[in-house]
Design a protein around this ligand. Structure first.
Ligand code: HEM
Length: 159
């Protein structure tokens, strides 16, 4: 396959991955809003929402892999020409923040949320609940903001 046809193929993969990953993130944000509306009063309903939307995490992961595969393909097509450009370095920096946000904010807060949901016997701790709610909300908003920033940097390719 020539570099000429590798570039559009990479771009198709890149855009498909972005649609799946950002779509899953946005859907997660919206269902998270619904979840916190019922969590303090109706744990069963909250559990149903969490179970029904669990595949979104998997879809987001698959989207991420497809984005990277498409990116590498495009980079191969242009023989790494973008590697030393400022916009690309900035984009990789934002990508790193995106991953750190998942590890530092989302993982522990998600674990705490699941403990609240599955520990049916424990009394409702409103303080812990609102702290977890704020963290998860901040995670989603930061993540969506970072994606928007990557779109701007990638589209304008500032140098
Ligand atoms: C969350 C991660 C990422 C997002 C949201 C993202 C988004 C985008 C967007 C919106 C474009 C503009 C497409 C266009 O100009 O038509 C683009 C271009 C590009 N991306 Fe990404 N990207 C991501 C990660 C990566 C990674 C990891 C790589 C490389 C390994 C990469 C390599 C490229 C390249 C080479 C282009 C330039 C294509 C061209 O103009 O010919 N991207 N990206």
């Amino acid at each position: 396959m020539t570099s000429f046809s590798l570039l559009p193929l990479g771009l198709v993969l890149h855009i498909s991955g972005i649609v799946v990953m950002v779509g899953s993130l946005f859907a997660g944000y919206l269902t998270n809003l619904q979840l916190w509306k019922c969590l303090p009063y109706d744990r069963d309903r909250a559990l149903t929402i969490v179970r029904a939307t669990a595949p979104l995490r998997m879809a987001g992961g698959v989207g991420g892999i497809v984005i990277v595969a498409g990116g590498i393909l495009m980079m191969t097509a242009v023989h790494g020409a973008f590697m030393h450009q400022v916009w690309f370095k900035v984009k990789m920096g934002i990508l790193a923040v995106l991953i750190v946000n998942m590890i530092v904010l989302e993982r522990p807060a998600g674990r705490r949320l699941r403990r609240m949901l599955y520990d049916g016997q424990a009394p409702v701790d409103h303080m812990a609940m609102s702290a977890t709610r704020a963290r998860i909300r901040f995670f989603y908003l930061l993540q969506l903001g970072l994606f928007l920033l990557i779109f701007v940097v990638s589209a304008y390719k500032f140098n």
